[in-house]
Write a protein that binds this ligand. Structure first.
Ligand SMILES: O=C(O)CCC(=O)C(=O)O
Ligand SMILES: [Fe+2]
Length: 227
């Protein structure tokens, strides 16, 4: 599963976040990496428990909560407070799979990482290299979106960030525990959701087909949800 969630943040919000990021303290990204991934991780991050991180999370979390594609794709039960990273020229993150379970310190809760997301905070022309390369069922996908757009993908995928060869790549990344653990079931629900959206637009809200497909969606969700 690999889905593009467009315009999670407006241009104004991206500018606001970038301004804060550009005057922040940064630490070695290895602080949140597992043993294996720390060996190939070469980037910088905002400390998780800093005031800056919580200030930025307060901008981002409401934007995520209201984004239709993110919600349809991830079906989030719990969202890890978004982290912020930066790759200067020469920095990269080698192939790895994210840890399956993470602890949300502020909430005292464990989260199973079903879905990973990277929200781009720089435009593609600001840097060279720095693609997020995700091993998907259809092969390797090279992702580099406009600032404000986000990729949502299964956390069980091998992925890496290519070396940045010019400029700086800024991003936010986080995990979600999904109400639907199984990747294939989540994908089926997403496809059905998108088809219902099209049917609603073309046939109207109260068309028989729309009503019955919406019923099927909810009955599948009821069968597959774990809360
Ligand atoms: O920078 C990114 O797009 C991904 C970062 C990542 O894979 C990680 O921190 O686990
Ligand atoms: Fe990762």
């Amino acid at each position: 599963m690999l889905i593009k969630a467009e315009k999670v943040l407006s241009t104004t919000q991206v500018k606001e976040i970038r301004k804060i990021l550009e005057s922040s303290q940064w630490v070695d990204g290895k602080v949140t990496a597992g043993i294996q991934s720390s060996q190939t991780k070469n980037n910088l991050q905002i400390p998780e428990d800093s005031d800056t991180a919580s200030q930025l999370q307060q901008i981002l979390l409401p934007a995520l909560a209201q984004h239709p594609v993110f919600n349809a794709a991830a079906l989030p039960l719990r969202v890890y407070p978004p982290l912020f990273n930066r790759y200067n020229e020469g920095m990269s993150f080698g192939a790895h799979i994210d840890n399956a379970v993470r602890f949300i310190q502020s909430a005292g809760l464990r989260i199973r990482t079903d879905v990973s997301s990277t929200l781009f905070l720089s435009d593609p022309d600001e840097y060279e290299g720095g693609e997020l390369v995700i091993q998907d069922t259809y092969g390797e996908q090279c992702i580099k979106f406009e600032a404000g757009d986000m990729v949502v993908y299964s956390a069980n995928s091998l992925h890496r960030v290519n070396p940045v060869t010019r400029g700086t790549r800024w991003a936010s990344f986080f995990w979600s525990q999904s109400m639907v653990k199984d990747d294939g079931q989540r994908r089926t629900l997403f496809d059905l959701d998108q088809s219902i959206m099209k049917a609603r637009a073309e046939l109207g809200e109260s068309h028989d087909i729309v009503l019955s497909l919406t019923g099927v969606y909810h009955n599948l969700l009821r069968q597959w949800t774990e809360l």
